[in-house]
Design a protein around this ligand. Structure first.
Ligand code: FES
Ligand code: FE2
Length: 382
């Protein structure tokens, strides 16, 4: 039960002083420091998580399988006979063998231990060791199936088998990319801590200080407007000519829109005339203290394909910068699991927790999600 006041849950909050420009971040009489510790520490159960690129399931003549981790669950993904993806618990009901270690012929997965076969719907189709005189019935045996979808070139799994349909929408790409670049990096940190880095403007100047991303070392005053959107919030701005060389590459003054969406999705959309670039980042909980960060850059201009060999190591460097600080911060949080969230720059981090709590409360009450955020101007230096 949420409690009012005091310190509870994993994080201690310090709500920022209210500046004359801004609206109070919390409705009166409601404290944001009361969290249900058990549920709030977990990634959202009914949500779509990125488990890898769609391209990984191509090839192999439709017989490709991949073992993936999602929130402590081992899952095997592949494509069924109709080309649609499937996701099954990677565990043979017989003696627990990983089905991903076996073979997939495009129709059924065969366990390598005793040869049981399962359809891509999870149902047991054959137990080859049974004698024809054996009355044992395998028709009721099934492997757990998980909801799975494809969007923006990725495969997404919902770890809740009976998903309600109320999960936040999948990230989509609203233009036809001429090229794309994907970098994945595993971070030894919790899902929450990693996801906070997607909405944390304060770390950029200190962590991402590479010349190509942030040539000026000075902290500058930022004033940005944030609006609530479905399951998240969005910041819209016009980049200035002093912006990073990455933006300048597009020519003109690009319009930049950065959306955060539950469960851990950051969608940066850049528009300069007809030119389009999208930089999407997804956090996926692998286990309690391991999180996958996936960064996908898409562009509409074929000429940018030439820059791919240069861009890949830069993108990896960028993600590695996050990985390193997150791992050190996690070690500190392991010793003492509290945070002090202070000032406007930390409000998006508080919003993350508010959105997550609302999603949990809405699911528990069986009602629709109501975004608890309001339009707000934030000021910080970065
Ligand atoms: S463990 Fe899978 S068939 Fe025996
Ligand atoms: Fe970062």
């Amino acid at each position: 039960m949420p409690r009012r006041g005091g310190v509870s849950g994993p994080f201690r909050r310090h709500v920022s002083p209210v500046s004359p420009l801004s609206v109070s971040p919390l409705p009166h009489g409601r404290s944001d420091d009361a969290l249900d510790p058990a549920a709030m520490r977990q990634p959202l159960p009914d949500a779509w998580y990125c488990v890898g690129q769609s391209a990984a399931l191509r090839g192999g003549g439709g017989k490709a399988m991949r073992a993936v981790s999602l929130n402590g669950e081992q899952i095997v993904i592949g494509r069924g006979p109709n080309g649609a993806p499937f996701a099954l618990r990677d565990r043979c009901p017989h003696r627990g063998m990983a089905l991903s270690k076996g073979r997939f012929d495009g129709q059924t997965l065969m366990c390598p231990f005793h040869g049981w076969r399962f359809g891509t719907d999870g149902h047991c189709r054959e137990v080859p060791t049974l004698s024809t005189h054996d009355a044992a019935d395998f028709s009721r045996i099934a492997v757990q199936r998980f909801p799975v979808r494809e969007s923006a070139g990725f495969v997404w799994v919902n770890p809740t088998p009976q998903a309600s349909g109320a999960a936040p929408a999948l990230p989509e790409l609203d233009f036809e990319p001429a090229g794309s670049l994907v970098v994945e990096l595993e971070v030894e940190a919790s899902f929450d801590l990693t996801t906070l880095s997607l909405v944390d403007p304060g770390h950029v100047a200190f962590v991402h200080d590479s010349w190509w991303f942030r040539p000026s070392k000075e902290l500058r005053e930022k004033v940005k407007t944030f609006q609530p959107v479905e399951h998240g919030f969005v910041m819209t701005s016009h980049a200035t000519t002093k912006s990073s060389p990455v933006y300048r590459l597009l020519g003109g003054v690009p319009e930049v829109e950065i959306e955060f969406r539950l469960p851990g999705v950051r969608l940066e959309r850049i528009r300069a005339g007809l030119k389009r670039v999208a930089n999407y980042t997804f956090a996926t909980p692998l286990s309690e203290n391991r999180t996958m960060l996936t960064n996908a850059l898409y562009w509409s201009m074929p000429a940018l394909n030439l820059l791919k060999p240069i861009a890949r190591p830069l993108m990896r460097q960028f993600l590695t910068q996050d990985q390193q600080v997150l791992q050190h911060a996690q070690a500190g949080l392991d010793r003492k699991p509290t945070m002090v969230l202070l000032g406007d720059g930390d409000l998006p981090s508080q919003w993350y927790f508010r959105l997550k709590r609302e999603a949990l409360e809405a699911a528990r009450a069986g009602r629709a999600f109501v975004n608890p955020l309001e339009r707000r101007v934030l000021r910080w230096r970065s």
